[in-house]
Design a binder for this molecule. Structure first.
Ligand SMILES: Cc1ncc(COP(=O)(O)O)c(C=O)c1O
Length: 396
């Protein structure tokens, strides 16, 4: 018999599974080429060519024990040093390998941070809309998720509501910028206000409030927009970085955490991250891919491919009369649903072979998420289906 907690989680994840099954069912009836699956955040852009040559180079030149062996639970020192140097160069900082823990992607990073920080009943604040897995990650450590409702005009964090939500039990705040599902990049003004508020509240309650910045989309930005580097604004910061999207390597499970040395209890936090990596069963981030990302430190995917997709789909939706914020990063669009119920809207979309994700899962009903990390041709082909959906749901 599975645990009570898992029973609930399995039931809750059935909607995603149902969507997957529905996609397969529709493909059988209408042909794969006529089903438009905008439901998954799986990058369609190829990893940079240098990844492949780096893998070959490492496998052909290094001793197998060095490539495949265990190492410190935080990762190879040489890899962490290379990443620290890269961050310092790019953001004018002075972190070292001691500020870095290599992780199994951002998901692994978030889990070891929460394992490190959370006592049962501690509160973790998130801003809606948010990546739905945060609910599960916080519940893994018996924390309480506290949701700041969305500002649906800007999708920037609502600092006034945040002030009301922070209590003596607030242990952490999670932000995600560029954001999944809105594509919004939080402005420097918002980050400064956020940092100021957290500092004031730490003083008011005599506590440490940690800011966890979940950044798998940092590199996927358009039109030259700058993403503020949170470590510079607030000392109790963890950045969760991942190469899943920035190098299109989601299956390889590779990323890192970087922290500010001035963080409260820095030494014990870093030791705890290290131990959490081990005892949660990650042990360490994949050894080969630690070496690969260090070797390809300057590599980038071709973000123009996503930008072209964004422009095509965004312009079309706006022409059809949808209301949608223009994303500055990531690869998602988050329009309002013309009918109130986002789940019903997604059902309606299926009639035209469009697979979309209801905003409710992101704590933001009345919206829908479209992941445009699919081929340009497929998006082009889907435009007629969106037109039909608009006709059926937007009142004239
Ligand atoms: C906001 C956000 N955080 C974390 C993750 C997990 O990413 P990773 O593959 O790096 O674990 C995702 C994946 O889609 C995401 O969208």
């Amino acid at each position: 018999m599975i645990s009570k907690k898992m029973k609930v989680l399995v039931e809750n994840s059935s909607t995603i599974r149902a969507m997957f099954e529905e996609g397969k069912r529709l493909a059988k009836i209408h042909g794969e080429e006529n089903v438009f699956d905008f439901s998954l955040g799986n990058p369609n852009v190829e990893p940079p060519e240098t990844i492949k040559s780096s893998i070959n180079k490492i496998l052909n030149t290094e001793h197998p024990n060095l490539v495949h062996g265990y190492m410190n639970n935080s990762g190879y020192e040489a890899v962490r040093t290379k990443i620290a140097d890269f961050i310092n160069h790019k953001h004018n900082l002075d972190v070292t390998q001691n500020n870095i823990v290599m992780t199994c992607g951002a998901a692994g990073g978030l889990n070891i941070i929460l394992k490190t920080l959370i006592n049962p009943g501690d509160e973790v604040i998130v801003f809606a809309p948010f990546f739905g897995e945060y609910r599960n990650y916080v519940s893994n450590y018996d924390g309480e998720l506290v949701i700041v409702p969305p500002d649906i005009e800007t999708f920037e964090p609502n600092i006034e509501v945040l002030k009301e939500k922070i209590t003596a039990k607030t242990k952490a705040v999670i932000i995600n910028t560029p954001n999944n599902p809105t594509g919004v990049v939080y402005s420097e003004k918002a980050i400064k206000e956020l940092a100021k508020t957290l500092l004031e509240k730490e003083e008011e309650f005599g506590t440490s409030i940690y800011l966890i910045s979940d950044e798998p989309y940092r590199e996927i930005v358009y039109d030259g927009i700058e993403v503020p580097y949170i470590l510079k604004y607030y000392k109790n910061t963890f950045i969760c970085y991942s190469y899943s999207k920035s190098l299109s390597l989601p299956g390889e499970r590779i990323g890192y955490i970087v922290t500010n040395s001035k963080m409260d209890d820095f030494e014990s936090v870093m030791s705890a991250l290290n131990v959490a990596n081990r005892i949660l069963g990650f042990v360490n981030a994949p050894s080969l891919f630690q070496r690969v990302v260090a070797d390809c430190i300057d590599a980038e995917v071709d973000v123009e491919i996503y930008k072209r997709n964004r422009d095509l789909l965004y312009n079309h939706l706006i022409e059809l009369g949808f209301t949608c914020i223009k994303p500055e990063g990531a690869f998602y669009l988050f329009p309002r649903t013309p009918i109130e119920n986002d789940i019903e809207f997604c059902q309606e979309a299926k009639k035209y072979n469009l697979l979309l994700v209801p905003g409710s899962g992101f704590g933001c009903p009345g919206h829908v998420r479209l992941a445009y990390c699919i081929s340009y041709e497929k998006i082009k082909k889907s435009l007629a289906a969106f037109e039909k959906l608009a006709k059926a749901t937007i009142s004239k």
